[in-house]
Design a protein around this ligand. Structure first.
Ligand code: ACO
Ligand code: ZN
Length: 286
């Protein structure tokens, strides 16, 4: 079931054809009116150009040279790659990316002012090329230390772990930058579910390896998560307990190793694919 599909006034792109998939939109995306009028919008899965008719699209596909996003391939593991695309250097591509993203994002996002952002585009590789599966955007300079602005995985590729894979990737970049990061608020329902699931696993993986009680600050340093996000995850799981009296009272981490181990085993089974930090080819934006 789709979350939104607000009818609204005016025209709205209802369905897109992207590569071999046809996908229904969830929310209104501000495509120019002359495009929104068409019941089906055709989008090149490599350069993300949008077109009104199947005829134009077929001709485009026959001559479009693109087989991957612009920018640098900064990560590759098996058939999955991540490209870093600069909104200033590849403005039209990034605008087209945001227009696709907005079809599945309820909150107000950017579409045309892409220059202050970097885009991390997740693709699946096969002999035809790098097929677009999802992306997230990130401010080049975030005053609030947000490490992710908007994330979207195509509905046709959802529930396969790609959302969490990109979230894991965003924290890897934060650790490389040496700053704790957090996603921009508000989160959507699916966004929150995905983050909660990612956070829990990331923290549990550290707890399972530490025999001694570990400081919250140390968990933050090793995950790239903010102290607040670490604390809220632990609280949600009832792992922070109040101790002490009036003087020297505080919180103590209470860890049930058996429970954590069982959770991690299930998570490994369900989402075996992880980010391999040694496969990142990247330096922070200067
Ligand atoms: N129903 C129930 N649970 C769901 C659903 C769903 N439709 N989708 C995701 N989840 C939960 C699952 O519990 C899963 O955790 P689990 O494996 O522990 O059960 C977790 O979220 C993540 O699953 P993934 O497969 O890694 O995530 P997915 O590839 O489906 O992508 C995403 C998640 C990016 C949020 C996707 O749903 C999406 O693009 N949604 C539309 C755009 C959006 O809402 N983006 C987030 C906005 S907030 C922000 O950008 C800061
Ligand atoms: Zn193209």
């Amino acid at each position: 079931s789709t979350p939104g599909n607000s009818g609204g006034v005016g025209y709205q792109v209802k369905r897109i054809r992207l590569g071999n998939c046809e996908i229904d939109s969830w929310y209104v995306s501000p495509y120019p009116d002359e495009y929104s009028r068409h019941p089906l919008l055709y989008i090149c899965e490599f350069c993300l150009k949008y077109m009104k008719s199947e005829y134009t699209y077929t001709r485009h596909c026959a001559k479009c040279p693109a087989r991957h996003p612009p920018g640098d391939e900064i990560y590759r593991d098996d058939n999955v790659s991540v490209f870093e695309v600069d909104g200033r250097k590849n403005k039209v591509y990034c605008q087209n990316l945001c227009l696709i993203g907005k079809m599945f994002l309820d909150t107000k996002t950017l579409y045309y002012d892409v220059e202050p952002f970097l885009f991390y585009v997740l693709c699946e590789y096969d002999e035809q090329g790098y097929h677009f599966a999802g992306y997230y955007s990130k401010e080049k300079r975030s005053a609030q230390a947000y490490n992710l602005s908007c994330i979207m995985i195509l509905p046709s590729r959802q529930r396969e772990g790609y959302g969490k894979l990109l979230i894991e990737f965003s924290y890897l970049l934060s650790r490389k930058e040496g700053v704790a990061g957090s996603p921009e608020k508000p989160l959507s329902d699916f966004g929150l579910l995905s983050y909660r699931s990612y956070w829990r696993r990331a923290i549990y993986e550290i707890l399972i390896d530490s025999a001694q009680p570990i400081a919250i600050a140390e968990i933050s340093r090793r995950t790239g998560m903010t102290i607040d996000d670490v604390v809220s995850t632990l609280q949600t799981d009832g792992m922070l307990q109040r101790v002490g009296g009036l003087v020297g009272s505080g919180y103590q981490l209470v860890v049930d190793h058996g429970r954590i181990k069982a959770y991690l085993d299930r998570a490994d089974e369900k989402n075996p694919r992880r980010i391999d930090a040694s496969k990142l080819r990247w330096a922070p934006f200067l």
